[in-house]
Design a protein around this ligand. Sequence first.
Ligand code: PXP
Length: 242
Amino acid sequence: MAVLNVNIDHVATVRQARRTDEPDPVWAAALCELAGANGITVHLRQDRRHINDRDVRLLKETVACKLNLEMCMAEPIVKIAEQLRPEQITLVPEKREELTTEGGLDCARYKRRLAQVVKRMHKKGIFVSTFITPDPEQILASGETGCDAIELHTGPYANAKTPGAVKRRLAELETGKELGLENKLVVHAGHGLTYRNIGPVASISDLCEFNIGHSIVSRAVLVGMEEATAEMISLIEKFQEK
Ligand code: PXP
């Protein structure tokens, strides 16, 4: 059964719009957890544009479900992860000018660095996932470097404009999942998922975890964090039962 990690970065984005102390992502995490989220995801970016060091420190202390730290492989961030010891990290590429994470991590290109980071994280007991496109080269590189999981990038599916394109993107996710499982990787999915497009992805069997942020935080502004989280969980469960 796939479960939901709520990415609360954009709660911090609202706070940073005024560089004040509200809304507090730590409060938001507690509400997500009360509504049944399996995990809380935050991306500690190098430019600290939303989530900051204080947030990850307090979240590590207060999140009772899983804390999934999204991060790039830059050395200062890797050192923070080693000290923080979240249950899970998800390695992502990071560009300063991007609005959000754009492509997947190029695990094949950065194989040596990735293998080093995986080893260091495993020493601290941290589960490692890589955020990748459902591309065989990237899946195999994740497996070969000792990663525990992959998060398949659902952005291209979310952005697909025609029924044919949607079908092709779903088929890629399905094939990528199969190859991941064959390579003993746990398979997650995320990016661009919404209340409207979650159905076909939630229907893919054996996906273990969804990371969803923008859509849930957007709905939470109007209906509250607990209701927004609970609605997404019940949608995921509904489509999984089909
Ligand atoms: N997964 C990864 C690896 C991401 O970088 C993000 C965005 O921070 C998400 C999932 C969540 O994407 P969205 O905010 O579009 O739901």
